[in-house]
Design a binder for this molecule. Structure first.
Ligand code: XMP
Length: 506
């Protein structure tokens, strides 16, 4: 698409949220690495993201500033982006007194317009930085400050703007207004519609496949189902493999079979539960578990399809890319996602992996799935992690613990469906707490596991709130689990937000 709104990625955890917010405003935006600026073509506007590095470090990520100026389009620097622009305009950046993380207040300077046009003048913003601008170049105007009078919004000239805080996160109350104001300074804004994005994706799939034979792992989850539907729509005749890891929820394997037969597509199922369980025996470290599952999955998968796979299609979404980013990009690793293990990354370098959904967030994938005609029960399914129930069994994964988790999870999910809560939460599940506690069952002492129930509200899994489920529903879930699931004598409800917790236990 012509004239994208280019978001230059300096590695912040929130960078893709900027792209997403712009899409929500109805415009087309895309992410680029700092060195790719010249390849963007003619962007309608440029946003420089935040990032974990300091502009004062040797080899700090940089931008071709002369070229950026020559574009003569609106530019917004966010956090690191603002500090970088300040340096480019001849100002200075210094370490802040403290690392500022979390809520702060924006005070709009009297008479400020442009990106702060129409704002309340006193609203919450979200900070995440340690450096701050210390000296401002002469022509620079301060348009907003925090409560300590520190400049947090700058304007260097008619095109160049900067903000120290993150307008893309929902904790910045007027963040969307700021982005909207910024975009209103641009000409020829490209419109974003999922239906036309679908056409672009189909073109992309055809171009990337280029007549090669495709294999695709499926799980029955939203992502791989949407990917399969997209490949189908693009006229790609792929071979679909379903590896039953034994780490799935109750009846999941059967549901996958029936979904694909409804789509008129054949899948090959491999039952590998025993192999996964033995590989995981005595392993307790979460990253080690993920690595083992990832590697074994890949071994089994390639054992079935052969080593000389021409092209592998994966339903990787943007958050998977960002949360397991490694040294190749700037963001720091949070946890390794199963579809980004070494062997697959090697194939990817060799151009043998396609990930057509890698720019999308979950709800966008759902929207795409609906446009592609997938049944609602599939598109509205809660996300389920690649390593499956293993990340819901902290400590060693055993057959006994898996049985318990599966049983309790089914009870909890059934109840959420019965009470019409399933679609109101982003994700819900039961996890086992690997600690036995004392209780009384009948007249006897019991010494059994505790379960944790978790239900979260989220927009994109990057941040999450715990869902305020009715006590009565929680009470019933607890009663049913305590009565029906052997091996459990305690049920807890997890009231942790992300951050600092994550959605899954591991
Ligand atoms: P966390 O636990 O990181 O989870 O807050 C964010 C979202 O990602 C899902 N998740 C995964 N999905 N492979 C996946 O495909 C994985 O390895 C993985 N780990 C977590 C998680 O269920 C939540 O929706």
């Amino acid at each position: 698409m012509d004239h994208p709104i280019a978001v230059i990625d300096f590695g912040s955890q929130y960078t893709q949220l900027i792209v997403r917010r712009i899409r929500e405003l109805g415009y087309f935006s895309r992410l680029y690495q700092p060195g790719e600026l010249r390849e963007v073509g003619a962007p309608a506007a440029v946003i420089l993201s935040g990032g974990p590095r300091s502009t004062r470090e040797p080899n700090a990520p940089d931008i071709d500033f002369e070229f950026l100026k020559s574009l003569e389009v609106p530019v917004l620097g966010i956090c690191y982006g603002m500090q970088l622009l300040n340096l480019k305009f001849g100002g200075e950046v210094a370490p802040g007194n403290v690392r500022e993380y979390g809520p702060a207040t924006l005070l709009v300077e009297p008479g400020a317009d442009g990106i702060l046009n129409g704002l309340k003048g006193h609203s919450q913003i979200w900070m995440s930085h340690s450096d701050t601008v210390s000296t401002l170049p002469e022509e620079c105007r301060v348009i907003g400050r925090n409560l300590d009078g520190v400049p947090v919004a700058l304007q260097w000239n008619a095109c160049f703007h900067g903000i120290q805080f993150h307008p893309e996160v929902s904790h910045t109350q007027e963040g969307t207004d700021i982005l909207r104001n910024f975009l209103s300074l641009a000409k020829d804004l490209p419109k974003f519609r999922m239906a036309s994005f679908k056409d672009e994706l189909i073109e992309r799939v055809r171009r990337e496949v280029g007549g090669r034979k495709v294999v695709c792992g499926v799980s029955g989850g939203v992502d791989s189902s949407v990917l399969a539907a997209l490949l189908h729509e693009a006229g790609v005749n792929a071979r679909y493999i379903f590896v039953d890891t034994g780490l799935l929820r109750e009846n999941e394997a059967k549901e996958v079979q029936s979904l694909f037969s409804e789509m008129g597509t054949e899948i090959e199922t491999i039952d590998a539960s025993d192999r996964f369980l033995s590989a995981l025996a005595e392993v307790t470290d979460p990253e080690e578990k993920r690595r083992i599952i990832g590697r074994l999955f890949v071994d089994i998968f390639f054992g079935a399809v052969g080593q000389d796979v021409e092209l592998l299609a994966q339903g990787t979404l943007y958050p998977d890319v960002i949360e397991s980013a490694t040294s190749g990009s700037i963001a720091a690793t949070i946890k390794t996602h199963h579809n980004r293990v070494d062997r697959i990354m090697e194939m990817k370098k060799g151009g043998r992996v396609i990930e057509p959904l890698d720019e999308l967030f979950k709800d966008e994938v759902r929207q795409l799935g609906r446009i592609l005609g997938l049944p609602e029960r599939v598109v509205s399914r809660h996300p389920f992690p690649g390593p499956g129930l293993a990340v819901r069994c902290p400590g060693e994964v055993t057959r006994e613990k898996l049985e318990i988790v599966r049983h309790a999870d089914r009870i909890f999910i059934d109840l959420l469906r019965e009470r019409n809560w399933y679609d109101s939460v982003w994700q819900a599940y039961a996890a086992i707490i690997p600690v036995k506690t004392v209780g009384v069952k009948g007249d006897e002492r019991s010494y059994e596991y505790a379960m944790s129930l978790r239900a979260v509200i989220s927009e994109d899994a990057m941040t999450a709130q715990w869902a305020q489920l009715p006590y009565e529903l929680l009470g019933e879930a607890s009663n049913r689990i305590l009565n029906e699931v052997p091996g459990v004598n305690r049920v807890l409800y997890d009231i942790s937000t992300k951050p600092p917790a994550s959605i899954e236990w591991e």
